[in-house]
Design a protein around this ligand. Sequence first.
Ligand code: ASP
Length: 288
Amino acid sequence: MNNISPTLAIHGGAWAIAHTTVDDHKKALDAALKTGWEILNSGGSAIDCVEKTINSMEDSGVFDAGKGCVLNEKGEVEMDALVMKGDLSAGAVAALQDFPNPISVARRVMEKTPHVMLVGEGAFEFAKKQGFKSMHIRELVSDREFHSWKNNHEMHFGTVGAVALDAKGNLAQGTSTGGTRGKMTGRVGDSPIIGAGGYCDDETGGASATGQGEAFMKIMGCKTACDFLKTKNSAQKAAEKTISLLEKRTNGKGGIILLSKTGDIGIAFNTARMARGYARDGKIVVEV
Ligand code: ASP
């Protein structure tokens, strides 16, 4: 394919992001986009770009992912993550405890097992065998989150996601989250579910969602957004139609990023804010 502009779109959650945390969100998005853009710009693959971009957001402690992840009803970590490539290969983990980079474990599921998803103890054992280092929960999770969990704070932090198109025309997407604060033990949201929290198909596009997972699961949000691209909608129109459908059918709240196979970007949300950004032609744009 000729004339492809490598493109990266990311999000860091769509909720009522507190004003006091907007600057931290912007800095962390900017750093993640720089990491990802360097890979795309030097001819790297969409999947490498997605993994490293999300690692940067997981390590920042700013979002509900990796070191910033929220805690469940028992004060434990249960993380969900999905990676998917445009050739439909995919890997996911759900209710994974105590690893700082679940997106990398999900990629390993995709590349090293005959399966698509591993959960709980099985995911934990697999991650250990693959050489990932588990961390004690007190070391892994930020003080901010322990404090918020203990005091039942309403402050929201969001899931992270990235969709990339590389110079060869390959698409990949990734989504990583701690889920929702105080969730029931064993609850799995939309993020690791193919079609719900993430989707990717070289024939249409790639998407990553954030917000109320139960709502996105019901409308298969990311597959729906990609399907809207089949009927000549722009990526922006397709993203907007998905969020309208989310609201109309489930009364749900959230946001979505969508990248078409030609690099057209769509971003839509029905929450007070969405942490989002993109990189293309060396230009980096961040908004919260
Ligand atoms: N969608 C995620 C979940 O429901 C939460 C989020 O996006 O912040 O687990």
